[in-house]
Design a protein around this ligand. Structure first.
Ligand code: S3P
Length: 165
């Protein structure tokens, strides 16, 4: 694994991409970037409001703009949104780490408040369908797959440090 490569975390809503990317960035002393946060900061609106006011397409365009920027970054840890894997140049950004877990496990981890923040999780049946459509994409696009179920953040970070030492 190249030392200067960006590490980008991918996976379904609730898998802990932001938590793990942030923790690893501290551990490896890298810059931390979070695609959802960058979009929210730009528009001073939550992801939810952006979906409501401007639509999902607009949000996806913003993700693509970020992907076009991330390819010029080095040595960062990036938390992506669950749908970020559909940008056209993901593999150019760096090494993708898929944080994998079953739908039921992810659902259990997201409390009411966390679900309210996620427009594509409001409807559980639709969320499950989206999960099933995406698992293969996550697996195909991942350079590293990390099974996260019943593991602490510390355990996950030490597994990641073995890969990206
Ligand atoms: C989305 C996941 C969200 C956020 C948006 C759309 C998706 O990010 O980008 O609500 O399409 O799966 P998280 O994975 O951080 O919840």
């Amino acid at each position: 694994m190249m030392r200067m490569d960006n590490i980008i975390f991918i996976g379904f809503m609730g898998c802990g991409k932001s938590t793990i990317a942030r923790a690893l960035s501290v551990e490896l002393d890298r810059i931390f970037l979070d695609s959802d946060l960058l979009i929210e900061t730009k528009f001073k609106q939550s992801v939810n409001e952006i979906f409501k006011n401007k639509g999902e397409c607009f949000f996806r365009e913003q993700e693509q703009k970020l992907a076009d920027f991330f390819i010029f970054c080095q040595n960062t840890c990036i938390a992506s949104g669950g749908g970020f894997i559909n940008v056209k140049n993901l593999e150019k950004i760096g090494s993708s780490v898929y944080l994998r877990a079953d739908f039921e496990y992810l659902k259990k981890r997201l409390n009411k408040d966390e679900i309210t923040k996620r427009p594509l999780f409001f409807d559980e049946i639709k969320a499950k369908k989206l999960y099933n459509e995406r698992i293969k994409i996550y697996e195909d696009k991942a350079d590293v797959i990390l099974d996260i179920e019943n593991k602490s953040i510390d355990e996950l970070i030490s597994e990641l440090k073995k890969v990206f030492k």
